[in-house]
Design a protein around this ligand. Sequence first.
Ligand SMILES: [Zn+2]
Length: 325
Amino acid sequence: MICKVCQTDIKPKLLFKNKGSFGNIHRCPECKVAFVFPQPTDEVLNTYYNGMYSDLTVSFDEKKMTWAAHSMQGYLDVLKKLRISPDSTTTFLDLGGGLGYYSKAAASHDLHAILVEKDPVSVQFAKEHLQLENIIEKDLSEFFSTNKERYDIVFFRHVIEHVTDPTAVMEGISNIVKPNGLLIIETDNNAGIELLIKGGVRKFYLDLYKKNFQNVSFLNLLFKRPFAVDPPRHLFGFRMNNLAGLLESNNLKPKEKVHYRLGHPVYWPNIPSPKAKNIIKSILKLRIRKALALSVSYANLLFRKLLQALGLSSGICIYAQKQPK
Ligand SMILES: [Zn+2]
């Protein structure tokens, strides 16, 4: 079997066998990417994605907009550090951008934002509720095969783990980034163990893997680290090295690599983090139980910050520059 990330001929290592649902989780012994094999059929994937929002009436969420705007400021700060100064002529392609909150945030920062999304319900939402003007309703392969434009910034946030062939997708992306243009790519960290450290998140993943795979326990997850492969949703689990390798082999040179934790103010703002000042406030008001509870979650945060520094937190982001040929 040829690894769809490092292109080596491999004997994959079985991590978890399924309980009759959507394929087993394996790891490439060369590049360490975790992946689903056999992959779900096109029919299964189409059913999964077409049904995603169709039953829901999606309404505008002020909080999601605020988080996206906040994150966008963080991305722009990194651009400044990389000496890239975007302006209103800078094209920002939000590839597989879902409902379009990040496109909207980019447009609010005066970038020329373009949303590419295949789901008609999401596209409708982006038009109606976010008033996005530039929307291309296509899936990735259709977009790559018909598009003739090149873009200054391609934004690919939490999409790569969903695709069936990461190499083909990265070739497509490399072709549409302008020379010296930038790819911002984010995904879950397959090397991470932070998901097992934070209470509610740990329960979610334990239940998820127990439901779909055999012989799942906390220790097994800790040692084998399948994160966050979850068919038919997530088919690949990357870590910093193999993602950077995939980019480099497609002429995209990593300029900035970020490990981030749950609740990171830029990359994961929708989970609030405990604050030390609230512990002090509780102590001053003699609310000892509350102070203790806050102290425990604050200690948990400090430990997760340590994991982040060690590259073992939940998310990764790479800013990569297209090399002129
Ligand atoms: Zn590999």
